[in-house]
Design a protein around this ligand. Sequence first.
Ligand SMILES: [Zn+2]
Length: 470
Amino acid sequence: MADNRKEQTRNQWLDMLEKYKFDSDAPATDQIWSEKLECASRDELISIQNDKLKVVTPFLYENSDFYRRRFDKLDLAPTDIQTVDDLTKWPVVDKTEMMEDALAHPPYGTYSTMDQELWDTRGWMMFSSSGSSGVPRVFRYSHVDRDLWEWANARAIYSFGVRPDDTVFLASGYGPHVFAWGVQYALQRMNVASIPGGGMTTDMRANIVDRFKPTVLCCTTSYALHLGRVMEEKGLDPAASSIRMLFVGGEPGTGIMNTRNRLKELWGAEMREFYGCTEVSPHSGGYSCSHAEISGDVVATHLMEDHQIWELVDPDTMEPVAEGERGITVATSLLSESSPQLRFNVGDYTVYSTEQCGCGRTHVRAMGSFAGRSDDLINLRGVKMYPVQLEQAVRAVPGIGDEYEILIETDEAGVDMMTARVEHADDISAQVINEIKTRCEVTVGVEMLAPGTLPKTEFKAKRIRDERDK
Ligand SMILES: [Zn+2]
């Protein structure tokens, strides 16, 4: 009987997929891949979300022990959550809860709807969350997910303006991370050629750009900086290269103005961004459009709302905030066979606008894009700041090296101190102190280093070194 319900709810969910799978194989227009979904009215979008949600909750209840226990504990039935308005009955799921579940139920935990039987039947790939410290949480995805992934990512990359006459160079180590793999498979769906750049040194990658002339560079934000600088060291000018578009993801990108401007100048290229996380894959999550750069200092990133429900909540109360107010992102994934999370705390700060975009899409936009995860908050003697604020500050200093490090340690008197370790040929410490003081309201020490001293970022940047006494 129980197995029956398990299968029944999965099949209901699979049937639902077909209903809204518009333009899965090829784009509908020369600008918008799935026009019916991306330009649906706000009311239509909510009705799609409700329709999907009411099959997702019973599917979760029957196929994930983590979710079943949570429903039971809250004294809720899946039928209690059938519409977007019902969601607030369900407290936001945090990654610590998932970690505890993974510890108690090794090695996979029970927070996904993937079981061994499904894995043996149509398992596709296992990914691991690249999040900060803690127990590794893995996510096994199916071929149904792969198909949805290709479609969702194709829609997003098409929205960037990538077309079949482009060649995308994926300067990534791939690994068990969703980013490059999701892009790789989507490019195939889009009939766009690619050069997979896994397992290469930066020097080799610089040579690839120079010799084989890819038009789009796909990598993390910090790696785009590093690769550009290595090209310069080799006497090559990235701005004069074949790269016309930087396609970044994996860390805050377009939302940090000083980093964005630095990259655009370095490469003489447009910048587009992918946003999301392993837990609520498959998806593109957030994606830029041709109107991503609204003005010099405002960027916006759409969120794919027919695939996911994107809420914004207050980080302290976890209550939804009104449109236009700042909050952190919470996602419900409606289109995942293996990881249909309900109100997962993705935790990035932004502000939403549901006003229709100049590109014609109706999907909500994160104004100013995303500026880092709420759990990265730094508390220095009671003053709170985010790594992105420090990044914005350091990069405001002209000519400063791309790499820097923020060291936080406890001095002999037991006081926590912050030191910015930066590279510049001249002593620009006063400027660094001033920029950080202005933005973060703390006075820091500065250690001046000769250019090229700090290690280069190869994947995601690790710029905060917290060595405080606990
Ligand atoms: Zn748009």
